[in-house]
Every structure is written in C-alpha cells, then in structure tokens.
Write a protein that binds this ligand. Structure first.
Ligand SMILES: *Cc1c(COP(=O)(O)O)cnc(C)c1O
Length: 357
C-alpha cells in the first residue's frame, strides 16, 4: 500500500488499512468516519505522576463516541457481504450504539440485547435514536450474550459481538494508528478490560505491525478490570459483577484466553482497580487534562496512577486508551460536586458572585 494512503486519517478504517483487514473486492467500503482518532500528549497528569511522556488515545472521538466503531464497521460490512439483512448483539451499551448506527447507515435491521437497568443513559439514547429493536433482559451482560449467541445460531442474523472475529480485526487498527503517529510502539499501553476483546485486538495489531517491520518493538499490555467485575484477576467467572463502570461490568469475558495471552506474551499485567479509584481518575482526567471519558475508560487511568506510585515511569513512553466518551454516562457526571452559582441577571450580582468586587 502507498504510504500516502495509509497515512490519510480522513479515510475510514476499511479503506485506510484494507490490506491488513479481511477486505475482498466484494466488501462494501462503508464508513461513518471511524478511526483516525487523536493521540494527545498529557500536559499535567503525566508530568505530575513522574511519567513525562504520556499520551491519551481519544477513542471517544469515534462517530458514536467509543472504539466499538472500529470493529463494527468491519463486522457490518462483512455481514452485508455475506448477504445478511439484520445484525444482533448483546451489549452493555456501546456495542449497541455502534451496531445500531452502522446498521442504520447501511439499511440493515439491528437487534440489541441489553441488561435491563445497567446501560448508561446516553448509550440507550443512541440505540433508540438509531432505531434499534431493543430487548431489555432481566439478567446481566453474560446472560444477554448467551442468548444472543443462541438466537444468531438458529436465525439468519449476523452476531456482531466481539466473538465475531471481524470485530477484533477492526479494533486492531487503533494499534496501527498509535505506531503510525509515534513512529514506533510505546513501552506500555494502559487499557480497560471488560469482555477482553480490545486488549486482545491491540496486541494483535502491535504484533502484526512488528512482523511487517513498521514497529521495532512491542509494548507491555497493562489491562485493568473493576474490583467488583474482575474475573481474569481472580481466575474465575464472577457470578454477579458490579461496578460504576458499566462498560466493563462483565463476569465471564468472551476473549478471556486471548487477553491472558496478550498479557503474558507482552510481559504486561491485568489487575483490578476499585470504583473509588475509577471515579477519582475520572475526575482527574476531566479536570487536569480536559478529557471527558466514561468511567470504564478511567479504569485504565486509575491503573496508571497506581502503577506510578511505586514504579519508575520517567523513561517510559506510555499510551492510555480513552475508550469512550463521558457524555454517554451523565448519571456519573452528576456525582461530581458542581460549581453552579445561581445569580440574578445583573452585572453587580455576577461580579459579587464571582468575588470580582
Ligand atoms: C467495550 C468497552 C470497554 C471494554 O472493552 P472490551 O473489549 O470489552 O474489554 C471499555 N471501555 C468502553 C468505553 C467500552 O465501550
């Protein structure tokens, strides 16, 4: 591929990385403008915690506000190529928003299975707006995925969860972009772990670029689960996972073994952070960096903050993946003490309220 092509961030991921994706001459080159997301250097948090070369990969800038769009565009394009007229997924919210968006874009029907009461409001709003058929199950994500698999196995509907290999293929392109932007792989990648597809996809992407000679080295994959939903850390499924970070509220990850392989082959870790640590990182990221992430994304930042306490990161080039936008989860934002001052619409009152007089 010509370097001019793959460096053009305005292309969608299917076009930009088509030679490293399962794209055939029959694959519809669909895009909503996913990928090409910013890699932003930390100005305050990194220097303060002794990690001067820290970057944030803003996957929150994807069309539906999460990294899920990278995999979904590939999964939906392949579903169309295979002649499907409908897609189905189980979701904690973001997969649903993404599947519904790409289905609408392509004129397919979308069926969404969600755990009732545990989907952040913004994500549900997206699925509703895109016209998905939403099944609210009295169960958790793991129940929803089990049922989605059963329905897809017996009906002509494409399952677009990350058990669909096209999803991980699309998601690996974020690793390509990081290398394309930095000129090599970083030393460490901090990333939240839920169903464990994304950490696996990044590792696949870094390994492929390394084999192609586009990266000279490989990063350590540093994955973080929430304490109340940490099956990989505990070494066994969690029956009733609980965490404020609903996108990683998963008790039995579909890509468990791939994630463990990514951890071990990269010399990385998968550890747990508490909801308190997640909410603290969520606030720091917003108020010290101007990055509004959803709580699941903050789990990776919480992991970094903890690691910085007892590890020397001064020589490490670190990338933290901001997997989704804070706008998706207004309920959690409302837990931050707000600086809202009610004032009469008079200049003297405004100046007095701001302590300017
Ligand atoms: C899906 C998701 C995750 C977890 O990714 P997995 O591939 O399930 O491990 C983390 N953060 C956000 C915002 C997500 O949407």
């Amino acid at each position: 591929m010509g370097s001019k092509d793959w460096n053009d961030k305005r292309q969608g991921v299917l076009q930009r990385y088509r030679q490293l994706l399962p794209v055939t001459e029959h694959t519809p080159m669909v895009t909503l403008g996913e990928g090409g997301t910013p890699l932003v250097r930390s100005r305050r948090l990194g220097p303060r915690i002794g990690c001067p070369e820290l970057y944030f990969k803003l996957e929150s800038c994807n069309p539906t506000g999460s990294f899920k769009d990278r995999g979904m565009v590939v999964a939906v394009a392949k579903a169309m190529e295979e002649g499907h007229r409908a897609v189905l997924c189980a979701s904690t919210g973001n997969t649903a928003a993404s599947a519904a968006a790409y289905a609408a874009h392509c004129g397919l029907r979308s069926y969404i299975f969600i755990p009732q009461g545990y989907v952040a409001r913004g994500k549900l709003a997206q699925a509703i707006a895109f016209g998905a058929i939403i099944v609210a199950l009295e169960g958790n994500f793991d129940d929803a995925l089990r049922l989605a698999r059963q329905v897809a196995a017996t009906h002509p509907i494409a399952l677009v969860n990350s058990v669909n290999p096209h999803r991980l293929e699309g998601q690996k392109t974020a690793a390509f972009e990081i290398v394309d932007d930095l000129g090599d792989a970083p030393d460490m990648v901090f990333i939240p772990v839920g169903n464990a597809g994304n950490i696996s996809a990044y590792w696949k992407g870094f390994v492929e670029y390394h084999r192609l000679g586009r990266a000279q080295r490989l990063p350590r994959m540093m994955g973080f689960q929430a304490e109340g939903a940490a099956p990989i850390v505990r070494g066994e499924p969690v029956e009733d996972p609980q965490t404020v970070a609903t996108a990683i509220r998963i008790g039995n990850p579909a890509s468990w073994h791939l994630a463990v392989a990514a951890r071990d082959e990269s010399g990385g870790t998968i550890a747990a952070v508490s909801d308190d640590e997640i909410l603290q990182a969520y606030r720091l990221l917003a108020q010290e960096e101007g990055i509004f992430a959803e709580p699941a994304s903050a789990a990776a930042v919480a992991g970094l903050l903890r690691m910085a306490e007892d590890h020397d990161l001064s020589e490490q080039r670190v990338v933290c993946i901001v997997t989704g936008s804070g706008l998706k989860d207004p309920e959690t934002a409302e837990t931050i003490p707000a600086n809202i001052v009610p004032v009469a619409a008079e200049l003297w009152a405004v100046e007095k309220a701001l302590a300017l007089v």
